[in-house]
Design a binder for this molecule. Sequence first.
Ligand SMILES: [Zn+2]
Length: 309
Amino acid sequence: MREPHIFADNPLNRGEVERRDEEWINVQAVDARSKFLPFRNLNVLLTDDVPPELGWVRTQQIQPLPPDAEWIFLGLLDDVAHFAVDLSRSESDADRVQDATGWHFEDCRTAGESMSGPNTGMLSQARAQLDWNLRHGFCSICGHATNKGRGGQVRQCPGCNASHFPRTDPVIITVVVDVARDRCLLGQSRGRLARLRTYSALAGFMDQGECIEEAVAREVMEEAGIRVKNVRYHSSQPWPFPSSLMIGCIAEADTTDINMDDVEMTDVKWFDRAEVLKALDGESDQLTVPGRIAIAHHLIKSWANGEEF
Ligand SMILES: [Zn+2]
């Protein structure tokens, strides 16, 4: 079985039944056994171990919470309630926690690169859900202030009675393969990839009313002018920046002449298998591919290693 991607493999039981009981959540929030994961400006507290661990702190180290601190219930592990808490609005409390533990706040992407699977799975849930709650303090229908429900899995509007649920945005990401010539299509989009001179699988947000196969065909046509067939699902990865789900696919090229969209892309090219294998080992001077934090790395590697799926 394939190893889970970074930001997946979350060991928490999300407590779907327990979280419907507000009273139970409030009791857990002050229970001495509970654990809290502090965030500051969406950066997470990490221990100073090598590699680091998530910086869970005990109830007595964090309670009483500042009145404007947002906190959410993540779930249960070994019958212990786990919470995430945002201390951004209270610098003194963030400093107090940091000083008391001797640990440090870290950008979540950097944290994901340096930690093991289950840690990154819990991190992705915590970051995405905390961010969503922080950004949905007001109702998108009537503008009234909303209240957190079910420990942060819903926000209720007392103005119009609407329930707002956290959203996940699906993104397709595809390695296109030219079977006849044993090569794959990779692109460099403007922005981060261009700055890093990195080539990756083609990707884009799914449209509404679109299936995965259609989204793959549309994105590849838009970015590279290439028609695809036989779209196959490979694997998926939560990507909590802020709330994406990467849906990894491999597709066969039906045409091979590139007609690049130069608004979105700086380059799109075919790369042969030998070059891709060298790039995956970091030994190519022609090609740099994303690191193992990204699903793109694993899609490219699957094709290059001739894996069946
Ligand atoms: Zn409302």
